[in-house]
Design a protein around this ligand. Structure first.
Ligand code: B12
Ligand code: SF4
Ligand code: SF4
Length: 355
């Protein structure tokens, strides 16, 4: 049976990392980046100042504060900047890479060995590279020039049981853990490539040059959902994405369909259950030239600050995010190949897992 394809649209313009919610929240009054940003985006100053006054994520004032889980999550986030890769692994794999006739396969094997559940490669379109750095004051406003022609994109699984607890602190700990592990994988792959003589850059939390979901989609790892994030085969949205850009020529994967774009038309479960109603119940819109469902990012993030966690309900309630087992994989296959089963499958989902 032919594998259904997923047609990728390219955005009409690049995005500025300074406009992402995390970058906006990284600005503090009295600093040069703060003054510069709100001169550029004066319409956002009031809403951002109000948000900054709310309790911080993982703080005691948050509705779902849990001292033990929040402390553990903080530790993972703190450690991301101090990762040291295993030198033996780097030496061993860089030697193998130099000798390998199929370098794409070898890199994919390495990513899987390090814990990735799926890996894809694709050409790096500049449309998915941010225009300017925004997350850290240190390099705020720096223009991003990333000439690497290729990107390796991989997924790590977010634990099913922990995600079932969303929007409580267990989700936050799971996010932190998987941000950390995806950073270890990305940095190890980048170190292997560099040791073998290639140029490479690891893309990990707070150090991104790229928008990851569209590149994951282009690299054949899934489709975009109404929840505005990647829906991957066998894991749905219950994944975190990591990437490495490089000048090593790799064989590109083709984008694939999992049936999500069509299934989301009738489902809307994420939008219905999103506590602050940040997701769209309506039709797709054109956003920078791409037809997709939008997210009201301020609403989402305000909810995070209220509860003190990173919520994650739109990942956990998605029917595609159920466990990776034979029963769900059969249903996933039917959804992918036979749109006529979408309504009965959704009905079954409501029946088994509730509305
Ligand atoms: C800023 C940010 C946020 C912001 C803004 C979210 C947003 N919609 O952009 C806030 C704080 C609200 C947020 C929330 C969440 N986030 Co967040 N976030 C990011 C971050 C750091 C940057 C994204 C960005 O630049 N957005 C600004 C513009 C580009 O947004 P946009 O125009 O709405 O585009 C979105 C999509 O439409 C798609 N996209 C953009 N252009 C194009 C073009 C095409 C052709 C296609 C198909 C798609 C596409 O990518 C964007 C993000 O999904 C990324 C990491 C990264 N570097 O990608 C993680 C990331 C997107 N977040 C992630 C997750 C999981 C979440 C949450 C579920 C929280 C949680 N518990 O983990 C929620 C979900 C919110 C939602 N439903 O959208 C994951 C997604 C994993 C996946 N399965 O795809 C990422 C990739 C982090 C990671 N390393 O895994 N996040
Ligand atoms: S993370 Fe929570 S608040 Fe944000 S869009 Fe998803 S369900 Fe809504
Ligand atoms: S919950 Fe339903 S509408 Fe939302 S992303 Fe998943 S399948 Fe699509």
């Amino acid at each position: 049976m032919a594998r259904p394809r997923n047609i990728m649209q390219l955005p009409s313009e690049r995005f500025d990392e300074r406009d992402t919610m995390f970058a906006r929240m990284a600005r503090s009054a009295g600093t040069e980046p703060y003054d510069d940003y709100y001169q550029l985006r004066s319409e956002l100053q009031d809403v951002d100042d109000r948000l900054r006054m709310m309790p911080k994520l993982m703080s005691e004032e948050g509705l779902y504060f849990d001292r033990e889980l929040s402390t553990a999550a903080w530790k993972y986030f703190d450690d991301i900047d101090d990762i040291s890769v295993d030198r033996e692994t780097v030496c061993d794999w860089s030697n193998r890479l130099q000798k390998a006739s199929n370098k794409t396969n070898l890199i994919k094997k390495l990513a899987r060995q390090l814990g990735a559940i799926a890996v894809g490669c694709t050409g790096l379109d500049q449309e998915f590279v941010y225009t300017h750095k925004g997350r850290l004051d240190a390099n705020y406003g720096q223009q991003i020039e990333l000439s690497h022609p290729q990107v390796i994109v991989f997924l790590v699984e977010m634990d099913f049981q922990r995600m079932q607890k969303a929007p409580k602190a267990d989700t936050l700990l799971e996010s932190a853990r998987q941000y950390y592990f995806s950073a270890v994988i990305a940095q190890t792959i980048a170190a292997v490539l560099k040791q073998a003589g290639y140029s490479a850059k690891a893309q990990f939390d707070a150090h991104y040059d790229l928008i990851l979901p569209p590149l994951a989609i282009k690299a054949g790892l899934g489709e975009l959902g109404r929840n505005n994030i990647l829906i991957a085969e066998k894991y749905g949205s219950r994944v975190r994405i990591g990437a490495v850009t490089t000048d090593l020529q790799l064989q590109s994967n083709q984008s694939v369909a999992v049936g999500a774009q069509q299934f989301c038309e009738i489902c809307r479960k994420c939008a219905q259950l999103c506590p602050p109603k940040a997701l769209s119940m309506a039709e797709k819109e054109s956003i920078r030239g791409v037809q997709k469902w939008p997210t009201k990012v301020e609403k989402c993030y305000t909810y995070w600050r209220r509860v003190g966690t990173d919520c994650g309900l739109c990942m956990s309630v998605c029917p595609f995010s159920h466990k990776n087992n034979w029963f769900h994989n059969i249903v996933r296959l039917f959804i992918k190949y036979f749109p006529t089963v979408h309504r009965p499958a959704l009905w079954l989902d409501h029946l088994i897992y509730g509305r």
